[in-house]
Design a protein around this ligand. Structure first.
Ligand code: BJW
Ligand code: ZN
Length: 239
């Protein structure tokens, strides 16, 4: 893998346009559970079954309990070597963009300034009825209500079947289509539209690279696949 790593590192030099897509695997070494597999179980519920508008409509208290637990958990975690390497890449590379599916805010805490959070943020709240929305890092009540209209607040994240954060998808697609190098890091590539970004990049001539602990459905289509912990591989690419 060392030879592949050196080749990818060389590709990241100069003023190449580099777009990185991250997923839950990037935060795994910080102690944030990933979404799928055994890690994704909370009180016998699959995270995928809770991150849905119909689950929230039927059991808002259960879904809020899940999100409040995650807010507390992430609040006690810290950025790891992978987050720090991506923040360093942003400082080193003039044409660098980070797109994340993560809602934990750890990229910003690591020092990344240009981050597109395509699935929203755990720290964003929005009203289910009016347009009230705010960032809030405090401990929340079990069922937080809107200070404007009194109705239920919801986490400002994107659930299955919901459109991505307005404007963010457009910016992401524009950047991916112009990328010289596209890196997919720590994502299972099971959720659309993020899982198809590599295809868009490839169609426009980008070199595609995957960094993951294990193969994903996209691995065979990538120009380079680097297998191992993001916290080991990204510092090597950034250094
Ligand atoms: C490591 C590691 C280490 C571990 N180092 N690696 C086209 C085809 C089929 C279906 C669809 C389609 N288009 C849309 C859909 C439907 C749906 C979808 O994709 N369904 C699939 C399941 C089939 N998509 C949507 O609904 C999206 N909306 C949409 O497209 O809207 C269209 C629309 C337009 C107009 C009107 C209405 C609608 C929205 C998707 C939202 C996803 N939301 C979630 C929850 C966010 C909130 C929360 O966190 O609670 O986002 S689901 C969940 O999955 C979360 C994640 O961001 C996302 C991706 O997961 P990720 O990051 O890949 O994590 P894992 O756990 O799956 O993988 C971790 C990986 O890390 C593994 O591979 C490990 O090996 C690796 N790893 N340690 C390196 N140390
Ligand atoms: Zn309201």
């Amino acid at each position: 893998m060392q030879a592949e790593l050196e080749m990818v590192k060389a590709l990241l030099g100069g003023d190449r346009r580099v777009v990185v897509l991250t997923g839950a695997g990037v935060s795994a070494e910080s102690g944030v559970p990933t979404f799928r597999g055994r890690d994704g179980l909370w009180k016998h519920h699959r995270a995928e079954d809770l991150a849905r508008p119909d689950a929230f409509a039927a059991h808002p208290e259960l879904v809020w309990e899940f999100y409040n637990w995650r807010r507390r958990l992430v609040g006690n975690c810290y950025p790891n070597a992978a987050h720090l390497a991506l923040a360093a890449m942003e400082r080193q590379m003039p044409n660098f963009l980070l797109i994340t599916q993560n809602v934990d805010g750890l990229h910003a805490r690591a020092g990344s300034r240009k981050v597109l959070e395509m699935h929203g943020s755990l720290w964003q709240l929005c009203c289910t009825v009016c347009s009230h929305a705010r960032e809030d890092f405090s401990e929340l009540p079990d069922l937080p209500d809107c200070p404007v209209c009194g109705h239920l607040l919801r986490p400002g994240v994107v659930w299955f079947g919901e459109p991505l954060v307005p404007g963010v998808l457009k910016l992401a697609i524009e950047a991916v289509a112009k990328a010289d190098v596209f890196l997919s890091v720590g994502t299972s590539n099971l959720v659309q539209p993020a899982a198809s970004f590599y295809q868009l990049a490839k169609d426009h001539g980008a070199v595609t690279v995957e960094v993951n602990m294990e193969p994903t459905p996209n691995t065979g289509f990538m120009d380079f696949a680097l297998h191992g912990p993001a916290g080991d591989i990204l510092p090597e690419l950034a250094g």
